[in-house]
Design a protein around this ligand. Sequence first.
Ligand code: PXL
Length: 275
Amino acid sequence: MKRVLTIQDISCLGKCSLTIALPVISALGAETVILPTAVLSTHTMFRNFTCKDLSDQIEPIAAHWKSEGVAFDAIYTGYLGTAEQVDQIKELFRNFRGEDTVIIVDPVMADNGKLYPAFDMDYVKKNAELCAEADIIVPNITEASLMTGMEYREEYDESYVKELLARLNELGAGISVLTGVSLEKGKTGVMGYERETGEYYIYQNRRIDAAYHGTGDLFSSTCVGQILRGLNWRDAMRIAADYTAHTIEVTLQNPDKPWYGVDFEATIPELLAMK
Ligand code: PXL
């Protein structure tokens, strides 16, 4: 069985980060080892959330794993907590990166043109450093524009997206994938660039007029799980985009839906059948 380490916060209530990554990647058949970077009562879209930073646990936990001879087929990072943690995680990459370990970085820090409440430009700079260490990065357009210094636009065309991808590529990852890319009215999806082949990949599916928290994490976790299942990155992104869109649609139909996250629990059986 493949084994992945995922490093992100645990928001006890809120359906995001580890409470999505753990069930989704496990359901897709990989052993999912977790390293929580912080524990929050809820995600940061709630008011008055509590937050306990767990930076001081990263090194002892990693040292223990090292002494146990643990190895990972993939390492996947999401929402962290502080800029200082990036250096700790870079060190962890150095210690656990084997020849075939795939490193996937989702630099979770912003959306819709704005940084999340906990972050500043120093955090953005550190996330760009983390992206440099990755095999695959999956920022949204806001995160990409912040990390590359390119203007954030709500309306754009393919040449803007290609320029963003070119600048992301310069950060250093082998495959750069932009999420939330809308190239036609009523559609949204992803556009990626692979350095080795110089090829672009575009996938667009229907755009659903609803924004839910945690959907970026659902997309990334699905990609990670599918890559560990042996799919190539393009198929993994396509399935992840379809699954995320479908889950938003199913959530919208639930009269008792929570406001803070999507009903991915209801759609996991369908995910397992997606090709
Ligand atoms: O879904 C991204 C995310 C993860 N973790 C926490 C968050 C957010 C987005 O706001 O607040 C704590």
